[in-house]
Design a protein around this ligand. Structure first.
Ligand SMILES: Nc1ncnc2c1ncn2[C@@H]1O[C@H](COP(=O)(O)OP(=O)(O)OP(=O)(O)O)[C@@H](O)[C@H]1O
Length: 254
């Protein structure tokens, strides 16, 4: 990630492949047989191509809706942009502070306290330590974890982890935000107060990449849309056009 530059996301010729062989054997005995076979015959693991030769460029002001059927590669794409997956081919370059609303809590170190994880999260997106410290009280209060803030996160409930994770993302000022679907975080009361904070955070971000099945969100909120199918980008452009192609394609399939 490069800081102090105009926010930008440039993905060129991205391919991501997963090893499948291990996942196919559900029992321990099955997995052992597979490993033994591989060692004896030196079989290469079976690879599944989740993304093939995908390119996309986003600049300041872009709110891009990523749409397509289940399993078409949308989440994998966001994960590759966020750096969770390394490209098997192609390149991913992000300039600016990147923040993700993918799987909440994935970046935490469970042996560290909530407080230390807040610091870590801020440092990871390039904030200065003093800047992060100044936001700690507001984050802790928003997440409602005051009593537990110095306790290692392995003792947090899953609701507390996602509330803290969400509060951190909302309090930061990212340039690029990656969002996977609409999340449901915490209980009803938390959901209500987080909605307004989320809109506020998003209104300040320069670039948003949003994976969603909510086509009216794409039509109303995005300035560009990209349709994935079978791990490839098959159409890109004006949201209304891309959404209607997708609707037509879905209707034709029955
Ligand atoms: N870690 C993994 N190992 C093996 N296969 C994977 C892995 N992650 C994703 N896949 C496969 O890659 C393909 C693309 O998955 P992905 O989650 O990116 O699809 P998606 O378009 O986001 O789908 P959805 O709309 O259902 O969320 C799917 O076939 C999925 O099974």
């Amino acid at each position: 990630m490069v800081d102090n530059q105009e926010p930008k996301v440039v993905v060129e010729g991205l391919s991501i492949r997963f090893r499948l062989s291990y996942d196919k054997a559900f029992t321990t005995a099955g997995r052992m047989r597979q490993m033994a076979k591989r060692v004896i015959r030196s079989n290469p693991p079976e690879l599944f191509t989740a993304l093939e030769d995908v390119s996309l460029a986003a600049e300041s002001g872009d709110i891009i809706g990523l749409i397509g059927p289940n399993g078409s590669g949308k989440t994998t794409f966001l994960r590759a942009v966020s750096g969770i997956y390394r490209p098997d081919a192609g390149t991913v370059a992000v300039s600016g502070r990147l923040s993700t609303l993918l799987s909440l809590g994935t970046g935490f170190d469970n042996n560290l306290s909530g407080h230390d994880n807040i610091l870590l999260s801020g440092l990871l997106i390039g904030m200065q330590p003093a800047e992060i410290e100044s936001r700690v009280p507001e984050i802790v209060a928003f997440a409602g974890v005051e009593e537990f803030i110095d306790v290692p996160m392995k003792y947090y409930s899953s609701g507390m982890i996602s509330r803290l994770s969400f509060a951190i993302v909302l309090s930061m000022e990212p340039d690029v935000v990656l969002i996977d679907e609409v999340f449901s975080v915490g209980d009803l009361a938390f959901k209500k107060k987080s909605e307004a904070a989320m809109h506020d955070m998003l209104s300040r971000a320069s670039i948003q990449l949003i994976v969603t099945h909510d086509l009216s969100l794409v039509r109303d909120h995005c300035n560009r849309a990209v349709m994935f199918r079978g791990g490839r980008v098959v159409e890109e452009g004006d949201p209304a056009d891309v959404v209607s192609s997708y609707e037509k394609w879905s209707a034709d399939r029955g």
